[in-house]
Design a protein around this ligand. Structure first.
Ligand SMILES: [Zn+2]
Length: 150
């Protein structure tokens, strides 16, 4: 219930369901030609290799820095891009991390902020998510951005 202010793919009728299942259902209804693969486990040291296996890139939509750092590390190891996004109330940040070419998440945020219940404004999540999606599209199509170091 507390997530509904920022979840366009989850509605009140979905309360109690796994977000991944609700996500798959809504995306499949939106476009039946899209192939969606979901998993419902929490990402951890034990399963991160399986979660990332076969991925061409990682989009960070996490709500905690420990998982972000874990995904950042795996992105560096696998040499795949990592698209970070985070929000705090009316503020947010987005960055694209290209292993070996740009700073990584640890370079930008050496220490995780202290865990706290933080305010989340739905519109902020929408803006940050759209910017992240744009960064991914720019990376995939190879235009609209400048190569790092050029
Ligand atoms: Zn780094």
């Amino acid at each position: 219930m507390s997530n509904l202010n920022r979840q366009i793919l989850h509605w009140e009728k979905d309360i109690g369901r796994e977000k991944a299942e609700s996500f798959e259902e809504k995306l499949s209804q939106m476009n039946p030609d899209v192939e969606v693969a979901v998993m419902t486990q929490r990402i951890s040291e034990d399963n991160v290799a399986d979660v990332i296996k076969g991925s061409d890139l990682i989009v960070d939509a996490m709500d905690n820095f420990q998982t972000r750092y874990l995904l950042n590390r795996v992105a560096l190891e696998k040499k795949i891009p990592f698209f970070h996004g985070g929000v705090y109330g009316f503020e947010g940040q987005v960055t694209t991390i290209i292993p070996g070419e740009t700073a990584c998440l640890r370079c930008i945020f050496p220490e995780a902020p202290a865990p706290e219940a933080f305010p989340v404004i739905g519109a902020t999540c929408g803006v940050i998510g759209c910017i992240q999606a744009t960064e991914v599209v720019k990376y995939i199509v190879g235009c609209g951005w400048e190569e790092p170091g050029v």
